[in-house]
Design a protein around this ligand. Structure first.
Ligand code: RIB
Ligand code: CA
Length: 307
């Protein structure tokens, strides 16, 4: 619906190559009005994720959007070591301009709480692309504000497949399982997009070449980001676009299958930390369990090449 009012979103992120592609997709989508990028430590440390958020906005000429520095460590356990999957600078070594402005002076948790209390209830959605530490702290310390969140779409978890950091653990939930438990059991309107789905939305070298052939700065930048993904794991023929699936679900939910599941988050030892168990005693969560992979890849390519 071209004349629909843009959806006001905050992107909570640990950029990260796939975060960067998701952020650039959101920036290219007129359906979204991005109120801010809140950063969290995850793929790499908080200073780098915050700097990368600013660099992406500088590249897109969108320094009007604030970057708000979030939590540097999980709620109650040591943070993960930086993932070399995302390279030294966290975005695969891809060259981006320096941030055009400083991050906001206030930390992400009070900034988010104030935003939610200032704006009409239900008008702000959160697209969460990293560990859920910021959102968990908003719920724990500012519950009245948290209850005004219009919706949360979070990349995280794995239901039926193997994890990517443990037999049943996916990185975002594994990095801060206590935060995941808070958000999953909060009763907030949450849609979880797990590895079961994101692994079916894969960028191949051909996909990157088609973007590069389109020639627009945005499409070429995403081609650079995808190809940098291959440098770190060259034996792969394609790379999963985990975080862009959050934006793609928000843009075209009809291309995904949703199920209402009752989930328990494992907050135990690091081996099983963040693992999800489907259990009737668990918390009700809407989970994306299927996707039309070719159709969402086509939507991604069309959006990036039209901008
Ligand atoms: O497991 C995939 C998730 O972990 C993605 O958000 C990726 O950016 C990393 O943070
Ligand atoms: Ca991420």
């Amino acid at each position: 619906m071209p004349d629909a009012k843009p959806r006001r979103i905050v992107i909570d992120t640990d950029p990260g190559i796939d975060d960067a592609i998701g952020i650039l997709l959101a920036l290219a989508s007129s359906e979204f009005s991005i109120t801010g990028l809140t950063t969290v430590a995850g793929n790499i440390g908080i200073e780098t994720t915050t700097r990368n958020a600013g660099r992406l906005l500088a590249f897109a000429g969108r320094e009007d959007i604030p970057v708000v520095r979030g939590e540097a460590a999980p709620l109650s356990r040591p943070g993960p070591e930086p993932l070399n999957l995302h390279g030294e600078n966290g975005i695969g070594g891809v060259a981006l301009p320096d941030p055009g402005r400083q991050p906001e002076s206030r930390p992400a948790v009070p900034w988010l709480a104030d935003l939610l209390l200032d704006q009409p209830a239900g008008t702000i959605e959160i697209l969460a692309l990293g560990p859920l530490t910021n959102l968990a702290r908003v719920f724990l310390h500012h519950p009245d504000a948290a209850r005004r969140i219009g919706g949360i779409i979070a990349m995280g978890g794995v239901i039926h497949e193997t994890g990517n950091v443990g037999p049943r653990s996916e990185f975002n939930l594994w990095a801060d399982p206590e935060a995941a438990e808070v958000v999953v059991s909060s009763g907030l309107p949450l849609v979880l997009v797990p590895l079961d789905v994101t692994r079916r939305v894969r960028a191949s070298r051909e996909f990157a070449l088609a973007l590069r052939a389109a020639g627009t700065p945005l499409a070429v930048m995403v081609a650079d980001l995808v190809e940098s993904y291959f440098e770190t794991k060259t034996h792969q023929e394609s790379r999963p676009l985990h975080d862009p699936c959050v934006m793609l679900f928000a843009l075209a939910p009809e291309l995904f299958r949703l199920e209402d599941l009752h989930l328990v988050v494992n907050t135990g030892s690091t081996g099983e930390a963040g693992a999800l168990t489907v259990d009737a005693r668990g918390s009700a969560v809407r989970v994306a369990t299927g996707v039309d992979g070719p159709a969402v890849l086509d939507l991604l390519a069309r959006t990036l090449t039209a901008a």
